[in-house]
Design a protein around this ligand. Structure first.
Ligand SMILES: NC(=O)c1ccc[n+]([C@@H]2O[C@H](COP(=O)([O-])OP(=O)(O)OC[C@H]3O[C@@H](n4cnc5c(N)ncnc54)[C@H](OP(=O)(O)O)[C@@H]3O)[C@@H](O)[C@H]2O)c1
Length: 349
């Protein structure tokens, strides 16, 4: 169903846009809908699409119910902006229909991220590419989007040459069903009951494990790690950046955390990093050394900003060019929905 806002509610000259959200019932899609509303995106009509399982379900936008429709090739008639938050297969199948119908597509899946002719955008880093009005824009992997928010402002001052990261990734990164598995398996564990894993490959309550994506035999890295590494190189336009990640799933409901060790061309002190990041858009420094208070998923959840702190020289590099830090960011927001809506804002601006 299309939700039509009363045109009188909008300022006289403001252009309004017909927006479709594909995967609106999922963890990311629901946040896309919330971000569109919270950020007052100039929506005329909102079309919420999902699988046939969700057809007929009511969601709420701007205080009004919107009925979810099953996606079909005809879903995009009259749509200006289509934000996809479903699987890569759905994106590959339906993005061409959306573009054929005249929509600009912003896709959260991995389907198009590494295609040479498709921009992979974090607006604070490379939002300039939106000026050329691309018809299809890829939204990065959640770890890449969060990491680059802190890396880019430092890179602009001291040039990053090598990066080693370890992640502590929340259930929400694997979607709504994984969040439910964490809740249910934790309840079962506390009740002393068995809970055979259904979504994750391993028991999730009070446990952590290597990211659930398959391992690539040649390199020994899993697909999540390889995505993060390749996408960081692409977003930062540093094709030969030396980068390595270890991605771990932890029993946190929402918001990813990560430890980054970054080698720069020139020395960067902890104070430099704190100062530069406190001036960076979309980053909030949380670095209360006396209180041992640094970025935490609980404080990053539901927040737009990426939290950065625990800046310290890496003592294994006496040159002073290597710095360690810790980040936490809501991967449903900056790592997915918020970034997608910021891209849409950049397109219609
Ligand atoms: N979660 C994150 O933090 C995150 C971050 C960055 C990128 N992403 C990417 O964003 C996408 C969505 O992730 P998610 O975590 O939101 O997953 P999710 O919670 O599992 O939601 C998936 C959504 O896709 C819809 N869908 C599934 N099969 C469909 C079909 N055959 N036709 C139409 N719609 C279908 C689902 O609809 P039903 O409810 O009807 O099944 C649901 O709305 C994925 O590509 C993911 O890789 C996720």
């Amino acid at each position: 169903m299309l939700l039509t806002r009363n045109p009188e509610e909008a300022p006289a000259q403001a252009r309004l846009f017909n927006v479709a959200v594909v995967g609106a019932t999922g963890a990311v899609g629901a946040e896309v809908v919330a971000c569109l509303e919270r950020r007052n995106f100039p929506v005329r009509d909102l079309r919420l699409l999902a699988s046939p399982r969700s057809a007929g379900r009511a969601m709420t936008y701007a205080g009004a119910p919107v009925t979810v429709e099953a996606i079909s090739p005809d879903s995009f008639k009259g749509v200006d902006v289509a934000i996809f938050a479903a699987t890569s297969d759905i994106a590959r199948t339906y993005a061409p229909y959306a573009m054929e119908a005249g929509a600009t597509v912003i896709d959260n899946s991995a389907a198009f991220r590494m295609a040479n002719d498709i921009p992979l955008v974090v607006p604070e880093v490379n939002g300039g590419v939106l000026a050329s009005a691309p018809r299809l824009i890829a939204n990065p992997n959640c770890v890449a989007a969060i990491a680059v928010m802190a890396l880019w402002p430092l890179h602009q001052r001291a040039r990053v040459v090598r990066l080693i990261g370890s992640t502590y990734q929340a259930a929400s990164g694997a979607g709504a069903a994984a969040m439910e598995e964490l809740r249910l398996s934790t309840q079962a564990w506390l009740a002393g009951e068995a809970y055979p894993p259904q979504v994750m490959a391993h028991p999730y309550a009070f446990n952590l494990f290597s990211h659930d994506q398959p391992i690539e035999p040649d390199s020994g890295y899993n697909k999540e790690e390889l995505k993060v590494m390749a996408e960081l190189r692409k977003i930062m336009a540093l094709p030969s950046l030396a980068v390595s990640f270890t991605c771990i799933r932890v029993p946190v409901l929402r918001a990813h955390a990560m430890a980054l060790t970054v080698e720069f061309e020139t020395p960067v002190s902890p104070l430099d990093a704190e100062t530069w990041l406190s001036e960076a858009p979309g980053v909030r420094v949380v670095n209360n050394v006396a209180a041992n208070h640094f970025p935490m998923p609980s404080e990053a959840s539901g927040r737009d900003e990426v939290l950065a702190g625990r800046f310290r020289r890496d003592l294994s590099d006496p040159s002073g060019r290597t710095l360690s830090m810790f980040l936490a960011g809501d991967q449903l927001l900056k790592g997915a929905a918020l970034n997608a809506v910021q891209i849409a804002e950049g397109l219609v601006r």
